[in-house]
Design a protein around this ligand. Sequence first.
Ligand SMILES: [Zn+2]
Length: 237
Amino acid sequence: MVANLFKLHSREWDTEKIESLFPSLVPKILSIKPSKQGAPDRRIWLKNTAGVYSTKTGYYSALEDRENQESILQQQQFNWIRDVWTLPTAEKIKVFIWKASLDALPVNANLANRQIILKPDCAICGESESILHLCFLYPFAQRVWDRVPFASSFRAAAHDSFGAGWRALQDNICLPPVGLGQRILAPWVIWNLWTARNYCIFQDIGFSEQETITKAIGDACEWVNAQSIIPPSHPRE
Ligand SMILES: [Zn+2]
């Protein structure tokens, strides 16, 4: 009992006893101030003024922790304006990239996490289907990326998060004859990896790597032509 760690007939910590029983916890235990009046112990929840736990403050507290860790990481590296909202691409794809960056796409790993489906397995290769898997790690995706004529090589499997892979794509230029400059083709490749996956799962229609990249290039060219403006070679900020 806590009371056994006090000096006899007092409410002061018996430091010697604590040191011999819990050597690793000494500073922690000594930092707790025992009540002089002998008030009974009780738990206090620090997140609201009444000191009583509520689901609402518990939720916000959990959210704070997660946001702190994630947003520090992301803000250091991920530029939402540049990497998502000013992409020279269709609005639907900007929203899609935004969702992918926040791990908010209904890939099997996320559905299994929410217990909507039983297994997180990729329908094709059997590994856990995360967004990173779908866009970069999945061998099919790697072979699609290998077919993009980038000026400097892009190794899809070298990335450990969707954001890292996506940022690595931002500076890559597409060589002729595909052309299309910087930042135009990659969003359509990601989009077509996603739609190819959905065709496979929901309509049992399979696309080859070549069909997928050809469709992505076709879509990108069509979109550029529809803008009837010269695509910006640098981000508009
Ligand atoms: Zn797979």
